[in-house]
Ligand binder design. Sequence first.
Ligand code: IMP
Length: 422
Amino acid sequence: MAITSVIGGQWGDEGKGKIVDFLSENVGIVARYQGGANAGHTVYIGEQKIVLHQIPSGILRQDCITIMGNGMVLDPVGLVDEMNMLNNLNIETKNRIHIALNTSIVTPIHKAIDRASETATNNRIGTTCKGIGPTYVDKYNRVGIRAFDLLNIKSLKEKITARLKVAENNNELIGISISSIKLELEEFYKAVTQIAPYVKDTFTLLHEQIKNGVNVLVEGAQGTLLDIDHGTYPFVTSSNPTSGGITTGLGLPISKIDRNIGIIKAYTTRVGKGPFPTELFDDDGKQLSNIGNEFGATTGRPRRCGWFDGIAAKYSCQINGFTEVALTKLDILDTFEEIKVCVEYEINGKTTKSLPSVMHRLDEVKPIYETIPGWNKPTCEVEHFNELPLRAKEYIGYLSDLMETPIKIISIGPERNQIISR
Ligand code: IMP
């Protein structure tokens, strides 16, 4: 029996979906512990591209069941869409999706508040507008709707009607038509009746299965630098994607995790607003964006691209306690003559290797780069680590030294088989 966690080590979009899919081969349960439909986990199976937003990627493995933990904020309408998409691909969802009784629920009101906040106020974060922040606000304000509320539609409707009144009275819905929310609510209630049978005591299920020796994979969404506590606040998401979130978001003690894998891209990307020290605005940035096809899986927004940030990556390894790193999208660097890696930040004429010491002024730091020669050879068909070009191996070794963490998995393309482990 083994419990493995997979956590984004940068600003999200590191390619977690593919790594979770790869690791879930002999796993009985894949569980998510935070976030919601703001995630977009892309998996390619042959020609088929599958994007999952809420359902853990383990659903794509026949023998796997999935748990959506209490730390998540779950959108019933989005969940039904996702289940329909999977059913159309002949992937069974019945008895394979389990929603914790105390998972927070995103309603059309929360999505509307998110949209209003992004368009009509000065508090613009560049969110995905999926209602994530407003749902967590209600959770922590102790007025949230939880999955067990879906089991009693009459009292659910009363709670939602009351919440809508509060939102109107508090001017939370500036610029949003109330009648459009009411229409969305009809669809919401339909979705609720469809997903209610999936709500159950996942805590007991998870712990019993672990006792029975079932392998478990814990799937993070977003990334360490989007963490509400440890990320680039306020330009963060509203949950804890870092390993600490596993304990609270699933009721699974961190001491149970055997293998804690950080997913880190061979360069850096970010969607939405906020500081990004190694961001590129030149041809190299365009090349990363084009070759890497860097567009958000959830919103379609172009991702900002930049060189590997060794300071941020090491910080991420420290916070999460990664036992190893899976390096993704190495192949995107195949055609670069030279590759840069940020090894220090400069601010006010002083240099630092500590991200937390400059977190509050991250938009002012200047990255200091080490330049590494590129390998200029395709890597996408390589099957074993030793077959990689020497300079690619050196690059991997260099990043590993910077992060003080071994790189044990390397992804070299979007397909299920384009992966090297060592
Ligand atoms: P929210 O999570 O929708 O509230 O968005 C807050 C910030 O996190 C925005 O900058 C989003 O672009 C970013 N974000 C949220 N989810 C993801 C993700 O899965 N990948 C990358 N960025 C994300």
